[in-house]
Design a protein around this ligand. Structure first.
Ligand SMILES: Cc1cc2nc3c(=O)[nH]c(=O)nc-3n(C[C@H](O)[C@H](O)[C@H](O)COP(=O)(O)O)c2cc1C
Ligand SMILES: CC(C)CC(=O)C(=O)O
Length: 394
């Protein structure tokens, strides 16, 4: 019989507890990757190949995990990634995540597909000049004009950046989700679309995505989208048109989430975006995509510090945060861990996630001989060789 976990002290333990609490279809929706789960697994496995080369005889009696991004100081370089429909995990869903972020001074991005309205979340996170920024993630709709009211609402509510997810021209092939379908219970709704101009796309429900995934041919899938009045995910974003349209629609910062190659990172710089998130959507989109930690070094080399690099995918330990920073990330986002904390114990559970990662990061820094975030560098990393013995320098 599995051992009962009483006081979870790792993210993996929190996941086990969340799994016990959540309905199977919700756990499957949260936990799954696309297709054969290879990218999901790769995200983690790639971290485990990277070793940290500890230096000794360094004064680490004080370890400072604080960092700055866009002139805001954060207590540690960890932020909450956007994830849809958080009330499936806990009755207070996004509210609990927002309260935890506010209490800890953590940066948070809310998903446009949230079960709490962007205004209600904003009201829990008053803007202060040097407080944590809160950002709004947007799936640009097929008909981009339908996204304009949401962009304006986000700006009016005080969000300081739009995080445009660019890795989702359509949803990845989530096999588990197809087998145990996720249907939003009738007491929950996608709150940002409720009561807005009525189009079928605004009334998007997960079932539309399911029909899409199950359509036997690509042509039939297109018909599902047409019948629904357009998809929530535009499949026709382009560098020039989309960025200039976004710039004309808002003065919020524009952050592109889902950049995985140096070519696209260079284009992001060229088109003047404010930051990028190196992300493969937690392995939920292209199953053959590299692990994000593998993609990060060449992206950091290509952008040459011209714009901040945010990072997510498979971060479950403070040492993963350390490795991502060493390879060029300025801020490290966690997706599923927040959902596990939320399912475990609402706001307290989400705070626990941040506390676990912060303490692990701080301990890793001390054991590696690096007293502050600026000192974390790839010279402290090594790569376990796949064949032969020993470690290669990164
Ligand atoms: C259940 C779930 C829902 C998600 N919803 C969104 C979303 O609405 N918008 C978005 O840009 N990314 C979404 N993501 C992706 C996350 O923002 C993030 O990229 C990913 O979870 C990071 O990987 P990790 O879960 O291994 O930390 C979602 C991820 C999960 C697991
Ligand atoms: C509602 C979905 C499109 C949210 C999402 O991004 C995901 O499930 O990965």
């Amino acid at each position: 019989m599995a051992e009962t976990i009483v006081n979870p002290v790792t993210i993996d333990e929190l996941e086990s507890l969340a799994r016990q609490k959540l309905p199977k279809n919700v756990y499957d929706y949260y936990a799954s990757g696309a297709d054969d789960q290879k990218c999901l697994i790769r995200n983690r496995a790639a971290f485990d190949r990277i070793l940290i080369r500890p230096r000794v005889m360094v004064d680490v009696s004080k370890v400072d995990t604080s960092t700055r991004l866009f002139s805001v100081e954060y207590p540690f370089p960890i932020a909450f990634a956007p994830s849809a429909m958080q009330k499936l995990a806990h009755p207070q869903g996004e509210e609990s995540v927002a309260r935890a972020a506010q209490r800890l001074g953590v940066n948070m991005t809310i998903s446009s597909q949230s079960t709490t309205s962007l205004e209600d979340i904003a009201s829990l996170m008053p803007n202060t000049p040097d407080g944590p920024e809160r950002w709004f993630q947007l799936y640009v709709t097929e008909n981009s004009a339908l996204s304009t009211p949401l962009i304006k609402r986000a700006a009016n509510a005080g969000y300081t950046a739009l995080v445009i997810t660019v890795d989702t021209p359509l949803l990845g092939n989530r096999i588990n989700e197809r087998k145990t379908p996720l249907v939003l219970p009738s007491n929950l709704h996608l709150a940002n679309y409720k009561g807005s101009e009525k189009t079928k796309a605004d009334n998007y429900r997960p079932s539309q995505e399911r029909q899409l995934l199950d359509a036997p041919t690509a042509a039939q899938a297109k018909q599902v989208v047409r019948d629904a009045g357009g998809s929530i995910h535009s499949s026709s974003l382009t560098w020039t048109e989309t960025i200039s349209w976004l710039r004309s629609a808002t003065s919020m910062k524009i952050i592109l989430k889902g950049v995985m190659t140096e070519e696209d990172a260079e284009l992001a710089v060229k088109h003047g975006v404010d930051a990028i998130v190196v992300s493969n959507h937690g392995g939920r989109q292209l199953d053959s995509a590299p692990a994000t930690i593998e993609a990060l070094p060449s992206i950091a080399a290509a952008t040459k510090g011209q714009i901040p690099i945010l990072f997510d995918g498979g971060v479950r330990h403070g040492s993963d945060v350390f490795k991502a920073i060493a390879l060029g990330a300025d801020l490290v986002l966690v997706g599923r861990p927040v959902l596990w904390g939320l399912a475990y114990d609402g706001q307290i559970g989400v705070e626990l996630v941040a506390n676990i990662l912060e303490r692990e990061l701080s301990r890793t820094m001390a054991l590696a001989g690096i007293p502050n975030i600026r000192g974390i560098d790839k010279k402290f990393l090594g790569l376990r060789r796949r064949d032969g013995f020993g470690i290669a320098r990164l």
